[in-house]
Design a protein around this ligand. Structure first.
Ligand code: PDD
Length: 278
């Protein structure tokens, strides 16, 4: 398998980045993860649009007009044309003497590769998650590679045997360390509105559309932790998560249980989603 680095297709062990790369020194870079099902890219345009948005918001200059062709080539070279997997893309602000302000001119470092991953079987999973404080910055809408808060919280979750951590900021649920978050209350689906406190998840956006197209009430409003008593279903979504139902929500002092079977709204949305990707 080959990785793409700055115009070349290389064996992973031959792909090298400078110690002065700003992605390495500062986490000065952005990324995308794009899924493909049976070799077919899913919501590619939406992912590339978000990539463009992230680049723009951090003023990272990089021409991505050839990315679609490179993505297709990555799948080809990895011989994954019939498999499920994902594309990882990272763009950093290149190599420069270390200063906090960014250099006037630089060549962005572009890394890209395709990898195989399991995107099936999500409908059979019913998982436990743990709550954590949302310690992230106030620009969670940018898909930045600076992920310290996410990785610290998710490592705690992993140590406790949990599938994901879901975060609380100022008394409201925001999202997971690498997934979007939904609640069902009185047959209405709730999810935190887009803005500076969550990533505009591509799977999340599809879910909202599926709700609207299928007469499922959807409200883009943050759920306060105090309203959890009325919640009957919880699920998380994402490129690598699809739609995963949550069975128990673990707090430091209590466990909130959401039934012994996956709820009906979650099941319906999983069914609608699986029709999109088949
Ligand atoms: N994570 N929220 C956060 C903080 C994320 O990092 C992700 C994706 C999502 C879901 O977004 P999408 O539906 O566009 O994948 C929500 C990727 C997969 C990752 O970091 O690996």
């Amino acid at each position: 398998s080959k990785v793409y680095l700055n115009g070349e297709w290389l064996k992973p062990e031959a792909a090298k980045i400078s110690v002065f790369d700003r992605g390495f020194l500062f986490g000065d870079g952005i990324y995308e993860v794009i899924p493909f099902y049976c070799g077919k890219l899913f919501l590619l345009k939406e992912h590339l649009e978000r990539l463009r948005y992230s680049l723009k918001e951090v003023e990272l200059k990089c021409d991505i007009s050839d990315f679609e062709a490179l993505i297709l080539k990555a799948i080809d070279l990895a011989e994954l044309n019939k498999d499920d997997g994902a594309i990882y893309i990272q763009v950093s602000r290149g190599m420069a003497p270390r200063t906090h302000y960014f250099p006037e001119s630089y060549d962005a470092t572009v890394l890209m590769y395709a990898y195989k991953t399991n995107l099936r079987g999500f409908q059979d999973q019913f998982k436990d998650v743990v709550v954590s404080n949302d310690l992230r910055w106030h620009r969670c809408d940018i898909k930045s590679v600076s992920l310290m808060a996410n990785i610290l919280a998710n490592t705690e979750a992993k140590k406790g045997g949990f599938a994901e951590n879901i975060m609380i900021r100022d008394g409201f649920f925001t999202e997971g360390s690498h997934s979007s978050l939904f609640f069902v209350k009185n047959d209405t689906v709730y999810t935190h509105p887009n803005g500076k406190f969550i990533l505009p998840g591509i799977t999340r956006n599809l879910l909202i559309k599926l709700c609207k197209d299928n007469d499922i009430e959807i409200v883009e409003k943050g759920l306060p932790v105090s309203a959890l008593d009325e919640v009957t279903e919880v699920f998380i979504t994402g490129t690598t998560t699809q739609i995963t139902a949550i069975k128990n929500l673990h707090f430091p002092d209590k466990i909130v249980h959401f039934g012994d079977e996956i709820g009906k709204v979650t099941k319906r949305l999983q069914q609608l989603f699986s029709e999109e990707v088949k």
